[in-house]
Design a protein around this ligand. Structure first.
Ligand code: GDP
Length: 140
């Protein structure tokens, strides 16, 4: 197994309810290291670019409005198999389908306000990390 980096967002529903520490505790308990982290308020343009793959989906406008509705915490997580591991720690997109103990099962409000984002592939992790972080901001 290889050490990987993945990109994470703690979404506006998590910052609004003061849950970033509780979610970080789950991340760290899973053996992932938070090697970069900052709190930002995404612009509409950033959210549209970040979720560009969903541009044609019916929920795209709502998703962009949600992601810009409050601050988020963007992160780089590092560890063995970090990309797949974090997807597991987050749980299914729809909290109704998420496994017990996962971030989305415990904290998500809805399929949209589902508390966390994690990259779905090594290729996307590299693109997403580079979109939000300079190399010198990532300290392993
Ligand atoms: P993820 O990789 O598990 O985050 O899921 P996707 O890449 O399929 O979707 C990206 C994000 O869009 C999800 O995390 C949700 O915030 C949102 N989303 C996905 N499906 C729906 C939906 O059916 N309705 C709404 N309103 N939002 C959705």
């Amino acid at each position: 197994m290889a050490t990987e980096r993945t990109f994470s967002i703690l979404k506006p529903d998590a910052t609004r309810r003061n849950l970033t520490g509780a979610i970080n505790a789950k991340i760290e308990a899973a053996g992932l290291r938070i090697v970069a982290q900052k709190r930002i308020h995404m612009t509409t343009q950033q959210a549209e670019t970040f979720y560009g793959v969903h541009r044609e989906r019916g929920f795209f406008r709502d998703l962009v409005t949600f992601m810009t509705s409050g601050p988020v915490v963007v992160q780089v997580l590092e560890g063995e198999n970090a990309i797949a591991k974090y997807r597991e720690v987050m749980g299914a997109t729809n909290p109704a389908n998420a496994a017990p103990g996962t971030i989305r099962k415990e904290f998500a409000e809805s399929i949209e306000a589902n508390s966390a984002h994690g990259s779905d592939s090594a290729e996307n992790a590299a693109i997403e990390i580079a979109y939000f972080f300079a190399g010198c901001e990532i300290v392993g």
